[in-house]
Design a binder for this molecule. Structure first.
Ligand code: ADP
Ligand code: MG
Length: 416
């Protein structure tokens, strides 16, 4: 069930309505909004260049932040148009609306290969409601629909789903951009029939966030390595003590069921044998969000029970070394969720050891696929982002895709 991609399209002279992910971080400087990280814009350039080369008229649409249906000046995409023009090395016209007369006028004046960026589509509440009338409005300037915003594909919004349905109904084509194509290839096709051994590393905060992924991957993996705070719910389920660690007592049975399924399917299901713990002490200070700031004292590694006053912050050295050995023998690796609270350097060691093992295995020929926003951050922080096969740009969308969910933004694309 392969999806049509921009490579398959002939778009000369056609109006290509292109949904991109330009939800970039911005900061106010001297009364102006300035983009602080242009990665998401840079990542779309190959798709744009290909479509320009093919002679399409590119009408770009995107969202920025959560304006909740109102014109919020700080959430305008205008600075993105300026940045995009700089990066593309050609003019990018900006229209300060995404539907209506202004848009139609601007598009009518376009020549083949021209690029126009429309204003934040979330200035209209109809976008997130996937309002059919609004989708029709958007589609007025669309002959062809392309979606390159994988990170928004898990939402059935007007610009990610509704407009594609309108274009398809009229007999127009709906295709994946090059970024979207890569996401579908690595998170989808490559994991359908993975080279073995297939090792899955699952960490992060909560079992409840990951249980659907665990469940699905139990059917495919040879080995599952568990880390992060979710390991403590397994510990609790085994009757061990977890001290003050982050746990989900309501999910003890979920954890036991996963282990039972692993035994049944003969999947090697590994839990940490040691834990880095610390004693949290209140500092009396509050952070930006008004939450109390803790100091972590007496950092040490324990095996078995986590002492009463202590809190777990990641897998210990023995566990990290064991996991690294297993990873080094893998042919396919999927990693979702850090092994500890990597944001604090005192608890980042295990995540970094595993990241290094993934990079080493990749160098020896394994395919390594990283999904999940924080896992990607952890890998970049370890400066190993360019040593893995693929890092998803999808965040929440990649997690849902790995769960086996049908993403509305993907489902709406034409089959090859
Ligand atoms: P991803 O975004 O890659 O899917 P998650 O959002 O599930 O990953 O989990 C990442 C978060 O889990 C990180 O913020 C990390 O600090 C936290 N975390 C991991 N291990 C622990 C731990 N032992 N204790 C507390 N938080 C943890
Ligand atoms: Mg996350």
């Amino acid at each position: 069930m392969a999806k049509l991609t921009v490579r398959d399209l002939d778009v000369r002279g056609q109006r290509v309505f292109l949904r991109v992910d330009y939800n970039v971080p911005m900061e106010e400087k001297d009364g102006r909004m300035v983009i602080t990280d242009s990665t998401r814009i840079v990542e779309t350039l190959p798709t744009l260049k290909l479509l320009i080369e093919k002679g399409g008229k590119l009408i770009l649409t995107a969202h920025l932040g959560r304006p909740k249906g109102k014109r919020e000046a700080t959430l305008s995409l205008q600075p993105v148009a300026v940045k995009l023009s700089e990066l593309l090395g050609k003019p990018v016209a900006f229209v300060d609306d995404c539907i209506g007369e202004k848009v139609e006028k601007a598009v009518a004046a376009m020549k083949d290969g021209d690029v126009v960026l429309l204003e934040n589509v979330r200035y209209y509440s109809e976008e997130e409601k996937n309002d059919p009338v609004f989708a029709e409005e958007l589609a007025r300037v669309a002959d062809v629909y392309v979606n390159d915003a994988f990170g928004a594909a898990h939402r059935a919004h007007a610009s990610t789903e509704g407009v594609a349905r309108v274009v398809a109904r009229r007999g127009g084509k709906c295709a994946a951009g090059l970024l979207m194509e890569r996401e579908l290839k690595f998170l989808g096709d490559e994991l359908e029939k993975p080279a073995r051994p297939f090792v899955v590393i699952l960490g992060g905060a909560k079992v409840s966030d990951k249980i659907k992924v665990i469940d699905r991957l139990l059917e495919k993996a040879n080995t599952i390595l568990i880390g992060g705070a979710m390991a403590y719910t397994f510990k609790l389920a085994h009757g061990e003590k977890v001290g003050k660690s982050l746990v989900e007592p309501d999910h003890k049975q979920t954890a036991l069921d996963a282990e039972a399924k692993a035994r049944k399917l003969k999947v090697d299901f590994e839990l940490p044998v040691d834990v880095v713990v610390a004693t949290p002490v209140e500092t009396g200070k509050l952070n930006k969000k008004g939450k109390p700031v803790f100091d972590f004292t007496n950092i040490r590694t324990v095996s078995g029970d986590i002492p009463d006053g202590a809190e777990g912050f990641g897998v210990g050295e023995k566990t990290a070394a064991r996991y690294a050995e297993i990873i080094k023998g893998a042919k396919t690796i999927l990693w979702n969720g850090p092994l500890g609270m990597f944001e604090d350097p005192r608890f980042a060691a295990s995540t970094n050891i595993v990241a290094q093992a993934v990079a080493d295995a990749t160098q020896k020929g394994a395919k390594s696929i990283i999904g999940g926003g924080d896992s990607v951050k952890a890998l970049k922080k370890a400066k190993l982002g360019d040593r893995v096969t693929f890092m998803s740009t999808g965040g929440g969308a990649s997690l849902e895709f790995l769960e086996g969910a049908v993403l509305p933004g993907v489902a709406a694309l034409s089959e090859k």
